[in-house]
Design a protein around this ligand. Structure first.
Ligand SMILES: [Cu+2]
Length: 201
């Protein structure tokens, strides 16, 4: 195979493998014990912007809506209180829900029918990188996306919590292999170019 052909095949492989899709799976724990794992929430960046949260949680949440937010600190200790307040990098100081202009950490409510909680929700204003090094908190009550009549949507106690690791976005193995091959091809090409060309005088 010629060098040009190798390079072309490699580029096609990279394109076919697709862009690196950032994804992260967060273990969610009962704040009462801090150690009982209740399931997971998988985070995935949406192609058009925003982050999709796909829960896979046991029947631990009472039937109904539950406030769900990104809190500032990557710490679920002290019954979830160590997570601190809602993630609010612009210091808006207001709770307006996922579509509003308040806390960036205001996520869509999760809903439990008493069985497993598996319905995904999408927070349109977030990027996955906003969530690294934060905590996801699920509250006992619902969330009216307002500070009235109760602050922070009125969700009350912090039932469940999980820390989003500070991690590098995952690149699919196929894309990683293709990228390595491309880099190798570029290095080989550059070395051959650098070699003295015969009969050039
Ligand atoms: Cu919260």
């Amino acid at each position: 195979m010629t060098r040009r052909r190798t390079l072309a095949v490699t580029i096609v492989a990279v394109v076919l493998a697709g862009p690196a899709v950032a994804q992260n799976t967060v273990d969610i724990f009962d704040t009462a014990t801090g150690t009982e794992r209740l399931g997971t929430i998988t985070l995935q960046e949406e192609a058009g912007g925003g982050v999709r949260f796909t829960p896979d949680l046991g029947d631990i949440l009472p039937v109904g809506d539950h406030g769900f937010h990104a809190h500032v600190n990557p710490d679920c200790g002290s019954g979830g209180q160590a997570a601190g307040g809602h993630y609010d990098p612009a210091n808006t100081g207001v709770h307006e829900g996922p579509e509003g202009n308040g806390h960036l950490g205001d996520l869509p409510r999760l809903t439990s029918d008493g069985g497993r909680v598996t319905t995904a929700v999408v927070a349109p204003r977030l990027a996955l990188s906003d969530l690294y090094g934060r905590a996801l908190v699920i509250h006992e009550g619902g969330d009216n996306y307002s500070d009235s009549p109760a602050p922070l949507g009125g969700g009350g106690a912090r039932l469940a919590c999980g820390v989003v690791a500070t991690a590098t976005p995952v690149m699919p193995p196929a894309a990683l292999a293709a990228l390595m091959a491309l880099l190798l091809a570029i290095v080989v090409h550059a070395r051959r170019q650098a070699a003295p060309a015969p009969n050039r005088s």
